[in-house]
Design a binder for this molecule. Structure first.
Ligand SMILES: CC(C)(COP(=O)(O)OP(=O)(O)OC[C@H]1O[C@@H](n2cnc3c(N)ncnc32)[C@H](O)[C@@H]1OP(=O)(O)O)[C@@H](O)C(=O)NCCC(=O)NCCS
Length: 295
């Protein structure tokens, strides 16, 4: 035990790989940690329930494409972090530390663990989305080497329920993978093939075709889904066809003012500001995109 009671000295904390059976304890912490920081800033909870947080971490801790760690003090779990390794660029999150021991170095240790791993795996880049109102995470990530890149707006609302002439929107199938990856490559300079193929398998991915070719896709609609399009029209056609926006909402790059304004004009509301932070390779996007909560 440290001199500050139950607050850990960073040397007393051990980091180990997460196991599926850790998800109950980590999900509880995740739910409370996000609830506490959001409430302190007047934002609603981004997770509907503790069960949802446990479910999310159960999936991440069991998925072979994710690398997840927990922090322990005196045999008790005090936090966790996840890294999505399914595509060439790795995405970090969710990271949460038990509010009782926050601001004592545990978050830094959890971040260093996944960053060490990304270096060992020679990932060209790691990225994350940060709650823009959270001074501590912004400072921690910046000190660790992340560059703030893009302001983002989480948007929610009623499904728009219309189609756009000349844009054919349909569920993606596995044979669309290369064509959809081509769009992502065009926009970002790299594909997100691992995430997209998972989404096609799970039946959530959607493509848009114009002039006989695939010009955009989304892996779903909402917080955990990303998308790319040759231009805003492709994303507008996809967004207009969404039957809901999952989780707290869809994430729109705020600097894409034309798309952002279009969403506002269609009645969507801003829920929360986020900041895209990146380390390593980064290309200024050429085209239109929607990030997931990872990047
Ligand atoms: C974000 C979170 C994971 C960080 O973990 P933590 O254990 O509290 O953070 P740490 O103590 O390891 O690191 C905080 C760092 O920020 C610095 N810091 C904190 N507030 C700061 C401020 N206002 N200005 C500048 N620096 C600040 C600390 O000095 C420390 O820096 P150091 O590592 O160089 O000493 C944790 O606070 C948490 O779970 N928050 C709620 C959920 C959340 O927001 N998750 C992240 C989503 S993006």
């Amino acid at each position: 035990m440290s001199a500050t009671g139950s607050r850990p000295h960073v040397d007393e904390v051990t980091i180990r790989k997460a196991r599926p059976e850790d998800a109950a304890a980590c999900g509880r912490i995740c739910y409370v940690a996000f609830g506490t920081i959001n409430a302190a800033h007047g934002f609603s909870h981004e997770m509907p329930s503790e069960e949802a947080a446990v479910g999310l971490l159960t999936k991440a801790f069991s998925h072979p494409g994710f690398w997840c760690v927990v922090a322990e003090q005196d045999g008790r779990i005090v936090g966790s972090n996840c890294m999505d390794e399914r595509s060439v660029v790795f995405g970090i999150g969710p990271i949460t530390v038990d509010p009782k021991v926050q601001n004592h170095g545990v978050g830094r240790r959890l971040m260093e663990a996944v960053l060490d791993r990304s270096r060992k795996r020679h990932a060209p880049a790691v990225r994350l989305l940060q709650a823009a109102f959270h001074n501590r995470s912004l400072s921690l990530y910046t000190k660790l080497g992340f560059d703030p890149r893009e302001p983002m707006s989480v948007m929610q609302g009623q499904p728009l329920g219309f189609s756009i002439d000349g844009c054919a929107v349909r569920p993606a199938i596995m044979s669309d993978l290369d064509a959809a990856n081509r769009v992502c490559q065009l926009v970002h300079g790299h594909s997100r093939s691992g995430e997209l193929s998972d989404a096609i398998t799970h039946g959530t991915a959607v493509v848009v075709e114009r002039e006989g070719r695939i010009t955009g896709y989304v892996t779903g609609f909402g917080y955990f889904a990303h998308g790319a399009g040759e231009c805003n029209l492709d994303l507008q056609a996809l967004i207009a066809a969404a039957d809901s926006f999952g989780g707290p909402g869809m994430i729109v790059p705020t600097r894409n003012a034309a798309l952002f304004r279009w969403c506002l004009e269609k009645g969507l509301r801003v829920i929360q500001p986020l900041t895209l932070m990146t380390m390593g390779m980064y290309n200024e996007p050429q085209g239109a995109y929607l990030p997931s909560i990872l990047y």
